[in-house]
Structures are given as C-alpha cells and as structure tokens.
Design a protein around this ligand. Structure first.
Ligand SMILES: Nc1ncnc2c1ncn2[C@@H]1O[C@H](COP(=O)(O)OP(=O)(O)O)[C@@H](O)[C@H]1O
Ligand SMILES: [Mg+2]
Length: 357
C-alpha cells in the first residue's frame, strides 16, 4: 500500500481528487445510498396525514386494467401483505409489515406491481423475470462481480443462509439471481440519483416476501425484490395529452401505421403559472441532459416513457420514479430512430414547446 502511494506524485494525486468521476464512484455505495432514506421514508402512524384521494393518483387505465380471468384469480387468491426479509439472530428475520388488499393496487409496469400502503407510501413488488430479459445486461454483470458493493451485509448473509438451506442447485441459482436483481435495482437508482438527485424519488430497496392467501391452504409465499417510495399525488406526462389527432398521410400508412399528433394540454389539471412552467421546462432539460450523458458516456438508455414521469399536483413539480436503464444494444429501437433515446427526448421536447414560454 505504502509502495503504491510513493509511485504517484502528489500533484497527480491532487488532480485525481478533483476529477468529477472520482466523486461519482463512491466506494461505500450502499452506505451512501441508504443515508437519509430512513429519515426520508419514516412515518409515524399517530401523525399520519390525510390519505391522498384516489383521483389524485397518477392513473394509467390501460395498465391498471386486468383481464377478467386475472381479476377472478386475484379475488380468490388475494395478496394480503408484504414483509421485508433480512438476516438477524442467525436466521431469516421478517420486519416492516406492509398490509395490502386488491383495492390498493394502483398500477404496474413491466417489472413491478405497485400497491398503496395504508400510510401515504407505495410498495412495489418485483414481477418474476427470466435472466434473458433485456434488463439483465452489462450492469447486471457489474453487480454480479461486486455483489458486496450493492448488497448490505445482512442481505449477503441472508443469501448465503438460504442457499445453504437449499437442496437443489437450481434453487440456489434462483436465490442468487434474486439477490443480484436487488443489487441491480440499487445500481440503476444510483445512476440517476447521481445525475439528477432532486428529481428522483427517494427509494428504499429490499428483499421482500409476498403472501398470497389460498382458500383452505396455507398462504403462498414468494421472495422477490421490492421497493418502497412515497405515494405521489400527480399525473403521468401522458395524462396531459388532450386529443389524439391522427396525422393523415395516405390510406395504406393510415391504416397500417397510424401516427398520432400529440396535443399537450398543460393546464388540464389546473392553471399552472409561468414560473412553475419554466421550472418544469428547466427540469425536463436536465432530464434530457442526463439521458444524453448516459447514452454518450455509458451506452445506457434510460427508460424514459411518459408513464415514468409524473408532474405532481397541486405544486406541479417534475418527478421520476422508475430508474431502469438498458444497454443500448438491448433496448428495442423504434422504426424511425436508430437511437432509441431520441423518441423519449422528442416527446419531452414537444411537451415543453406546448408551454409556449
Ligand atoms: N410513488 C408512486 N406514487 C404513485 N404512483 C406510482 C408510484 N410509483 C409507481 N406508480 C404507478 O405504478 C406504475 C408502475 O410503476 P413503475 O415504478 O414505473 O414500475 P415498472 O418498473 O414496472 O415500470 C407507474 O406508471 C405509476 O402509475
Ligand atoms: Mg415504469
């Protein structure tokens, strides 16, 4: 160690200290990330604020709708609660009881089911995924290589404990996969948090146990990565779209490849004053810059769909709560744009231009 130190001249060391990148590579990643989260997501049941009315939640009707078969299934086998699981007292330890019912289901994306909790927070329950999913690209490899950087000691202990208990190689592998996926979620979160900290919702990631009750049988218990955030009152970017007018080109294209003009109605949920609009526009530009940075420097595509961006009400602030980034070559490119991030950026630019600032 001392020998290594001697080889680097002092001036060089100072220069290294000032490099922007060295700030971004915080060695005790987890410690840094978790700092403040406990305080940020702390809630006192005695001082619980009024629940946010359902109509104020960002609603994605298409995504919320389940098929009638699914609804029946959820009715017969409802999810009743989620626990955080960790390693304590030489074994598996359950804490943070989170009760949920079917009525608390508020949305889903490709990777999570989202439920609101009795206090103004959400719990997001990871859907089961295959390793072949595009989510598991180069960052997954990075997490697999340095798992101790992305998991807390008690999570690593739990992983080992569960693997020791498993009889089959396949179940040991599945446990390994789930813990790496948990670490991956944290890394995605950090990628954005380090670029646009104030626009990213504080998120606590943990290994969860989900309970599904079954008539006359013991509950079905599933371990899956979960996370927890404050419940947001607000609207998806796409909920600000007023009318979708079809752009007419020719009969064939209109029929087979219809294109829609986006009409953003900024004042749909109340009059937003000029200074608020300017702040939203400014924050959107920062999001675009972060997106460009990730593409250029890291070849990563931020999954910036309009349902992953929320404008809060009543204070009209921009918030992002889904941080998945994909390897450029694994992200589905669109027909027009070989560079997939351009689609997201274009939509946002259209939205900003509708502000008429
Ligand atoms: N903090 C939150 N407050 C209110 N609604 C939320 C919150 N987080 C997610 N949702 C709802 O759940 C949907 C899916 O959540 P998201 O985190 O994007 O999951 P996925 O990673 O599967 O896309 C969102 O589009 C939104 O409608
Ligand atoms: Mg999403």
């Amino acid at each position: 160690m001392a020998d290594d130190d001697k080889e680097i001249p002092l001036s060089e060391k100072l220069k290294n200290l000032l490099k922007f990148d060295s700030f971004r590579n915080i060695p005790n990643f987890i410690e840094f990330l978790e700092k403040g989260l406990e305080r940020e997501l702390f809630h006192d049941p005695e001082k619980e604020k009024k629940p946010i009315p359902v109509e104020d939640l960002p609603v994605d009707l298409a995504l919320r709708q389940s098929s009638s078969i699914r609804k029946l299934y959820e009715h017969i086998f409802p999810i009743t609660h989620v626990f955080k699981t960790t390693y304590r007292y030489n074994g598996e330890f359950l804490e943070n009881f989170m009760p949920i019912t079917n009525g608390d289901y508020i949305g889903r994306g490709s990777y999570k089911f989202v439920y609101k909790l009795p206090w103004n927070q959400v719990v997001k329950v990871g859907k089961s995924k295959w390793l072949s999913d595009p989510l598991f690209g180069s960052l997954y490899k990075e997490v697999s290589k340095h798992l101790e950087k992305y998991l807390k000691p008690e999570e690593l202990n739990l992983k080992e404990f569960l693997q020791r208990k498993s009889y089959f190689e396949s179940s040991r592998e599945l446990i390994d996969f789930k813990f790496k996926r948990l670490g991956l979620e944290r890394l995605h979160y950090w990628k954005l948090k380090s670029l646009i900290p104030d626009l990213v919702m504080p998120t606590r990631f943990f290994m969860g146990i989900r309970y599904r009750s079954r008539p006359f049988l013991s509950p079905l218990v599933t371990m899956t990565p979960c996370d927890n955030q404050k419940l947001l009152a607000g609207k998806h970017l796409k909920e600000f779209i007023r009318v979708n007018e079809k752009i007419k080109k020719n009969l064939i294209e209109d029929t087979f490849f219809p294109k829609w003009e986006l009409n953003f109605d900024t004042h749909r949920f109340g009059i937003v004053n000029k200074s608020k609009l300017k702040k939203i526009a400014f924050d959107f530009h920062r999001v675009i810059e972060a997106t460009r940075y990730l593409v250029e420097k890291e070849k990563l595509i931020l999954d910036l769909h309009s349902e992953n961006i929320i404008i809060t009400i009543p204070d009209f602030e921009l918030k992002i709560f889904d941080y998945h980034v994909f390897d450029e070559h694994l992200y589905e490119p669109s027909l027009e744009n070989p560079s997939p991030e351009i689609d997201h950026i274009k939509l946002i630019e259209e939205f900003i231009s509708s502000f008429e600032l």
